[in-house]
Structure formats: structure tokens, C-alpha cells
Design a protein around this ligand. Structure first.
Ligand code: GLY
Length: 573
């Protein structure tokens, strides 16, 4: 290691030992209110749909649901009512609730779900068609959230999405690119070809107005009749028909599977980082445990003193990620089916031991899972499955101090490729480990009937040391999501950046193997020689699928932030 690097890390350790021990922030001294409501989403038309609800006197939850519905129309490649989502909400007093609207495997599913004639399907073979489809959860989530935290009539939330679907929306450069790059899935069904491709088989060009009357009708029925219009009757029959009779990978989903779907209240998973309280989504998501473990392991290092231009800072972030992602691979899954040692994975004493493995001057030779408290009797094999990069995140606040962090997904671009009622059905079941067993041990995230696949979605709320809400943040991008959310939190807390600048920071992504991915085309690439000098043998620039949306609160003033890599926008009330 060269002398400059040595001085940097020696300084970091010396300064870190002066940092006072952090305490979890307390609840705010009084209820928070904001100057105006705001929505940040991956598409301005969807953000506008949410903001319209706020203008009508709706809550952050009303705004979030309208945004989710509008994204089904204008960003069909990423999320929608044919998929699921995870919802993290807070009120003005800092009380947090979370709802799990993750898709479920049908009753016929079993650990060998992805085997055909005894042979494990390859990922690309498994995606288009019925086998990858889980029972969608977003409408049940929306109904549960609306029942608890909504104010506007249910039907009002659907109006902007119905209008977009009926009157038409324009194909953006991103959608056009996605159609081109993922034509195998996007054009899998006759409906997909008719909606998004021309007679010549080419994706419709940028600027084309697309009308989706089938989706307008589906949304209108759910608006008029409630969620049962999705989970029973014609819509349920249509999903079952499409999945069971799919041209490729037909799969035994039943109307009973669809009728049985429930969105679940879950306990939020919270922890602290440098005095900030951070709450996010627990199982079936790996989001909260992965970001909290990474941050808590980093706390003894003074990232602020190192600064964002320091290769040592990025090395420390990568090393901490490697440890956290290794635990994630072994233990994260649906806790209704397998024991997940959630408290142990974010236990500060356990993580102090993990952090001691991190050396500012060299890399950990092999980052393997530890044994968090509660995991002593578990003997799972490590997961090999990496979530794909569809998905959309939106962050919403209202004037009354409510906030919602909601990540919604159909998994990979255009999900399973199957369309029912004008929307794409998800391919979320490929977020399970398709191979249930490794070296004679079962993987926690194996397929089981009624189980929810592990997620990386990380809808997150961050409260300042004064107890006031400071950030509403989340991202899309499969397994890179925790790394993106971490980068945003570190950018704001450690490097004093505004949220918009923090989302513009490049991303380093080290999911537990020897390889460290660096966002291609960014100034982080200039650090590759320094990272190699620190012992990272395999540092690869990669075009990572990054797309984050956030709102930063400074006192009562909200600042919207949308990933500069995306078409996203923040829209005020
Ligand atoms: N399908 C993306 C995720 O759940 O992480």
C-alpha cells in the first residue's frame, strides 16, 4: 500500500476512536408538519398522479397508492398491479408501520418448482411464462394501507391511472430502450406485441401515444368494486387462464390461490447509525438487515473525515457490504416459513465482531456468513439467487407529517411477459433460489407453497438525532437496492450532501463474493488502482441498474430528489 493510503486509513482510525457512541434517536418532541406535500417517483406522470391526491386533501398513503397505480400504466416494464410491493409509513409522531404485499407461491409450489424432467431450468428459460408468476400483492397492500391511513375515497385514487390508460401515454426513451433490450419478454404475449410493438415487430418509437383500454377497464372495476374485483371473478379467471395455459412454462395456479392472498402487517426493523434512527422492511425483504448491518459495521470508521474522494472510504463500504451480503445470502427469507435471526443480524455486539474483520488497509480474504445470535442451530446453505432489476420506488410526504416509502415491483423488465387485463404479471418467483439445496443443505430462500420470495427492496425512513424525519428513501435495481440506499444515507449523514447530490454519487456494490462492482463511467473508476492496491483482486466497472427516489426533510421544508440516471421527478402538491 502506498504511503498516502496508509496515512488516510491511520487517520481514519484515530478519528473514529473519538466519535461518541451513537444512541438511537428518540421520537420527535412534537408532531411534525411540512410546508407542502411531495411525491418523488420514477416517472413524472406517476409523481403527478400522487401529487394530485395530496392537492385534493389526501394523505401520503393516498398519494402513494395513486402513484403505484399510475406506474402500472406509464412504467409497465418495472412495477404494477400484476406484482407486489413493500410499504413503510410513518405518522407525524414518528410511529412506523409496514405492510408486506409481496407475491406468494401457489399452493402447488414445492422446492423443485423450477425443475423440468428432473433438470433445473436456467434463469432465462424460467422467466417468460407461468412458472415464475407469483400471486400479485399490490392491490391487497393498497387496500390495507388505504383502510388504515387513507382519507380520499378508494375510487378517487384510481382516477389518474385510468385517465392515463384510457387517453393514452407517450413512450419515453427509457421504455423504448427497455422494449428493445428485453423484447423476448416484452413481446412474449400477443397483448404485449399489440400494445408496444409495430406491425414490423419493432418497439414503438419514442413519442408514440399508447392507449391501454384493457388496463383502464381493469382499474375501473377495482375502483368501483374494491380489491375483490382483482382477487376474484373475471380478473382472477384471466390470471389463472394465462398462467396455466402459458405457451412456455405453464404452471398450476388456481383461483383459490388468488382468492387466498393477504397483505400482511409486519414489524418494522429499526436500528441506529451515528444517532440517526433508520427503519426499513424486514422479512421477506433482506433490505433492513442488509443496510443496518452494513452501516453499524461502518460506524467505528470516520467516513466524514475520510471524505467521498477517499478510496479507503469506498473500500470500507465495500468490505462492510461483503459481510452483510454474506449474512443475507445465508439467512434472509420469508420468516413465516423458516427461522430468520432478524434481531441477531442487526445486533450491535454481533456486528462489532463482524466490523473487527474490516481492515482499512487490506481486504477480507473470504467474506462468509457469521453466526448472529439466534442462528446457532441453523445450517442453511448460502443463497445463489440475485434479484433482477425491474422495480420502482416512490417516496411521498403530506403536509400533516405523514410519509410513505413504497417499493413496487414485477421483478425483471416486463415481469413474466404474460399480460392479463392490460398489465404485466410478475416473475417474482425467480427471486426464490431456484435450486433448493447445495452440498446437502437446504437454502432458506427455497420455493415452498404459499411462501414469499426473498426481496432486496428497501423502502426506508431515516430520523435525525432530534427525532424528526430526515429522509424518505428507496431504490429499484434488484440486489443493488441496499447498496443504493446505503450510498444515499452515507452521502447525507457522513458527507453532508443534499439528497439530490447523494443520489448522484456513484455506487460501489460488493454482494459477498470477491468481486467489487463499480458504477461504469463514473469517477469511482479512477479509484480502481487504489482499490486493487488495498487487495481487491477483482474490481469490475459495470453498468448497474440504478434508480432511486427520495425526499429529504430539513425542518418543515421538503427537498425532492430523483435519480439523475432515470426519468424520475419530484412533484410538489
Ligand atoms: N424483485 C426485486 C426485489 O424484490 O428485490
Amino acid at each position: 500500500m502506498d504511503r498516502r493510503l496508509f496515512m488516510l486509513f491511520a487517520g481514519a482510525l484515530a478519528l473514529a476512536s473519538c466519535t461518541p457512541a451513537p444512541n438511537a434517536a428518540s421520537l420527535p418532541p412534537k408532531a411534525q408538519v411540512y410546508e407542502k406535500g411531495m411525491v418523488s417517483a420514477a416517472d413524472p406522470r406517476a409523481a403527478e398522479a400522487g401529487a394530485a391526491m395530496l392537492r385534493q386533501g389526501g394523505t401520503a398513503t393516498d398519494g402513494a397508492i395513486a402513484t403505484m397505480l399510475a406506474l402500472t400504466v406509464v412504467e409497465p416494464q418495472s412495477s404494477g398491479i400484476g406484482g407486489g410491493g413493500l410499504y413503510v409509513a410513518t405518522n407525524a409522531m414518528g410511529e412506523v408501520t409496514t405492510i408486506d404485499g409481496r407475491e406468494t407461491a401457489p399452493a402447488a409450489a414445492n422446492p423443485k418448482w423450477f425443475f423440468k424432467d428432473g433438470v433445473l431450468l436456467k434463469f432465462q428459460e424460467a422467466v417468460p411464462g407461468g412458472t415464475s408468476v407469483g400471486v400479485p400483492g399490490n392491490i391487497a397492500l393498497a387496500a390495507k394501507a388505504h383502510g388504515a391511513h387513507g382519507r380520499l375515497p378508494w375510487a378517487a385514487l384510481f382516477a389518474p391511472a385510468i385517465k392515463l390508460a384510457r387517453d393514452g401515454f407517450v413512450i419515453t426513451p427509457r421504455l423504448n430502450r427497455m422494449l428493445k433490450n428485453n423484447a423476448r419478454v416484452a413481446a412474449f404475449s400477443a397483448e404485449g406485441r399489440a400494445l408496444f410493438f409495430g406491425a414490423d415487430g419493432e418497439p414503438l418509437p419514442v413519442g408514440t401515444l399508447v392507449k391501454n383500454p384493457a388496463l383502464a377497464d381493469t382499474l375501473q372495476a377495482i375502483a368501483d368494486q374494491g380489491p375483490q374485483a382483482f382477487y376474484s371473478g373475471g380478473n382472477a379467471k384471466s390470471i389463472v387462464g394465462k398462467v396455466t395455459l402459458a405457451e412456455r412454462n405453464p404452471a398450476p395456479m388456481t383461483e383459490a390461490d388468488i382468492a387466498a392472498y393477504v397483505a400482511k402487517d409486519r414489524a418494522p426493523v429499526c436500528g441506529s447509525y451515528r444517532g440517526y434512527r433508520i427503519c426499513s422492511m424486514g422479512p421477506p425483504s433482506s433490505g433492513a438487515t442488509t443496510i443496518l448491518a452494513t452501516l453499524i459495521q461502518l460506524e467505528r470508521f470516520d467516513l466524514k473525515a475520510l471524505g467521498k474522494d477517499s478510496p479507503v472510504a469506498w473500500h470500507l463500504i465495500a468490505e462492510s457490504q461483503r459481510l452483510a451480503y454474506a449474512d443475507r445470502a445465508r439467512y434472509s427469507a420469508d420468516a413465516d416459513f423458516v427461522p430468520v435471526p432478524v434481531a441477531g443480524m442487526v445486533d450491535r455486539k454481533y456486528l462489532a465482531g463482524r466490523s473487527a474483520l474490516i481492515d482499512p488497509g487490506k481486504t477480507i480474504p473470504r467474506a462468509v456468513a457469521g453466526t448472529p445470535p439466534g442462528a446457532e442451530k441453523l445450517s442453511f446453505a448460502d443463497s445463489r439467487q440475485l434479484e433482477e432489476y425491474g422495480t420502482s420506488h416512490f417516496s411521498v410526504i403530506d403536509r400533516a407529517g405523514n410519509a410513505v416509502s413504497y417499493t413496487s415491483t414485477i421483478e425483471g423488465p416486463f415481469g413474466s411477459g404474460i399480460m392479463a387485463g392490460g398489465y404485466f404479471l410478475n416473475n417474482e418467483l425467480t427471486d426464490f433460489d431456484m435450486n433448493p439445496e447445495l452440498d446437502g443443505r437446504m437454502v432458506a430462500n427455497r420455493v415452498e407453497a404459499g411462501k414469499r420470495p426473498r426481496s432486496s427492496m428497501t423502502p426506508t425512513l431515516v430520523y435525525g438525532p432530534d427525532g424528526r424525519l430526515r429522509m424518505v428513501v428507496g431504490a429499484a435495481g434488484g440486489v443493488t437496492i441496499p447498496a443504493q440506499v446505503l450510498r444515499a444515507i452515507i452521502g447525507v449523514i457522513d458527507w453532508d450532501l443534499g439528497m439530490q447530490e447523494a443520489l448522484a454519487l456513484p455506487v460501489i456494490f460488493a454482494p459477498g463474493t470477491e468481486t467489487v462492482f463499480i458504477e461504469q463511467g463514473t469517477w469511482l473508476e479512477g479509484m480502481i488502482p487504489a482499490l486493487k492496491a488495498l487487495g481487491h483482486a477483482d474490481v469490475q466497472p459495470r453498468n448497474l441498474p440504478l434508480k432511486a427516489n427520495a425526499i429529504e426533510l430539513r425542518g418543515s421544508k421538503p427537498w425532492g430528489a430523483a435519480d439523475p440516471r432515470s426519468e424520475g421527478a419530484a412533484v410538489s402538491e
